[in-house]
Ligand binder design. Structure first.
Ligand code: GSH
Length: 205
């Protein structure tokens, strides 16, 4: 299998952590890829995905699996199922819903990044930026208020949350999330000891 990825992508990091934790990392060849809004990326559009987003997983038979949410589920399935995502029952739907929420939080943070990095200054809209940022922030507040989620055996929610907090450190180092969310700070310190989290850390900004 091949994975299109960038070392700074929190979505690709999520997949890498899952692959390590599931013992599948050696089965994946990592293909460094550059995509960004405003660039045509015609080859990627044609060969991989019209959405022009990474990561994408390319199976040995050429099948392309898009979106880190789906790729993580695929890897969990490949590893036997029910490892990082509960296989059935209400626990499954809770974890999938948490994962979806974290996807939205990461999307919101990435939009903030693109807004401040890519959009011409005269076209920026601060109210929109603040609203996107608040979606991520309120998401962190939601998880801060759920210590049971943070204390479970390792699952996809905790991995995605770690990637979101790591992305906050990487791109928004002054946002002060540790002061506002001390339970998340303790959780993140514990997660940061895992070799999978260390091996997938983004480059120094
Ligand atoms: N929902 C997607 C989001 C992926 C995503 O937004 N990736 C970013 C890189 S971190 C990207 O490809 N951005 C390029 C663009 O939006 O043009 C997933 O989970 O895989």
């Amino acid at each position: 299998m091949k994975l299109t990825f960038s070392p700074s992508s929190p979505f690709a990091r999520k997949v890498r952590i899952c692959a390590i934790e599931l013992g599948l990392i050696d089965k994946i060849e990592f293909i460094p890829t550059t995509v960004a809004p405003g660039t045509p990326n015609e080859k990627y559009t044609h060969d991989i995905s019209p959405l022009r987003k990474l990561p994408a997983l390319i199976l040995d038979d050429g099948t392309v699996i898009v979106d880190s949410y789906v790729i993580c589920e695929y890897l969990d399935d490949l590893a036997g199922g029910g490892k990082l995502i509960p296989a059935s029952g209400i626990a499954r739907w809770k974890v999938k819903s948490e994962h979806a929420m974290l996807q939205g939080m990461l999307d919101a943070m990435l939009l903030c990044r693109y807004e401040s990095m890519l959009r011409p200054e005269a076209q920026r809209w601060q109210t929109w930026y603040d609203d996107q940022w608040d979606r991520a922030w309120q998401g962190f507040a939601r998880f801060e208020a759920q210590p049971d989620v943070l204390a479970r055996p390792l699952d996809i929610t905790q991995i995605a949350l770690t990637c979101a907090l790591g992305y906050a450190d990487f791109r928004f180092p002054d946002c002060g999330w540790r002061n506002s969310f001390p339970k998340l700070a303790a959780f993140y310190a514990t997660m940061s000891q895992r070799p999978s989290v260390q091996a997938s850390a983004p480059p120094k900004a």
